[in-house]
Design a protein around this ligand. Structure first.
Ligand SMILES: Nc1nc2c(ncn2[C@@H]2O[C@H](COP(=O)(O)OP(=O)(O)O)[C@@H](O)[C@H]2O)c(=O)[nH]1
Ligand SMILES: Nc1ncnc2c1ncn2[C@@H]1O[C@H](COP(=O)(O)OP(=O)(O)O)[C@@H](O)[C@H]1O
Length: 204
């Protein structure tokens, strides 16, 4: 019998809201969820590892990947390319495993068109002031880049209503718990739909 496909979860939201932090925390507490590693042309930050945090590529290498249709989606974000490897996502879902993508808003909207059955989660900050504090507190950007990221963040917040769920990241563990609850609910929904379908067809 054909294996049932896994669910694609897309975690998105403005820069600095805590996507990376929540993603890393989920990795430690959610067995059975697969995490896609993105490709980027951004330089590695201190402590980041190639093949763990990102696959770090040159612009030429990245553009070649676009040409060869190796990416599910890609976006240019604050001067760098970011993209999701297509083959990994497709194979993992086909194997019946759930996959989580942590990507910015333009990319999430592309995935929404390509995989409408995916579950789209928008991580929201408690306030704009708190969002700025988090970007400044992270200490990875210059003042000019912070202003740039805040500008992009305000535009990104307006895209919230394109998502299935909005999860406030007030506290990391609370946000992780909400995301895990969404996953449980989505699996129950999928099972119920399948049961109804089987009942209608009277397939045992
Ligand atoms: N579209 C897209 N965005 C990505 C991908 N990987 C990471 N991003 C997003 O790119 C943005 C910048 O990421 P990064 O430079 O690591 O900075 P940070 O997440 O703001 O700390 C974030 O919003 C990430 O979620 C990807 O594969 N595709
Ligand atoms: N719930 C939270 N409360 C307080 N600080 C947070 C929370 N979530 C993340 N942060 C902090 O905010 C900063 C930005 O988080 P990060 O995960 O890099 O965001 P993103 O990946 O969305 O750009 C980091 O310094 C991180 O430690």
């Amino acid at each position: 019998m054909k294996k049932e496909r896994g669910i694609l979860f897309v975690l998105s939201g403005p820069s600095g809201v805590g996507k990376g932090t929540v993603n890393r925390s989920l990795r430690k507490q959610w067995d059975g969820l697969e995490f896609s590693i993105s490709v980027t042309t951004r330089k590695p930050r201190e402590g980041e590892e190639d093949g763990v945090d990102y696959f770090f590529k040159s612009r030429d290498e990245f553009e070649k990947m676009i040409e060869q249709n190796e990416l599910l989606e890609h976006a240019e974000y604050v001067g760098n390319y970011y993209g999701t490897p297509l083959q990994y996502v497709e194979k993992t879902l086909a194997d019946g495993k759930d996959v989580l993508l942590e990507i910015e808003v333009q990319g999430a909207l592309q995935v929404r068109k390509l995989v409408p059955e995916g579950v789209f989660i928008f991580l929201a900050p408690p306030s704009l002031d708190e969002l700025r504090n988090r970007i400044v507190g992270r200490g990875t950007e210059t003042e000019e880049l912070i202003d740039n990221r805040m500008k992009v963040a305000k535009e990104e917040l307006e895209m919230m209503d394109h998502y299935d769920y909005v999860v406030e990241n007030d506290e990391i563990q609370a946000a992780c718990d909400r995301i895990k609850a969404i996953s449980i609910a989505e699996h129950c929904k999928k099972d119920r739909i399948k049961q109804q379908y089987l009942r209608i067809l009277e397939v045992k």
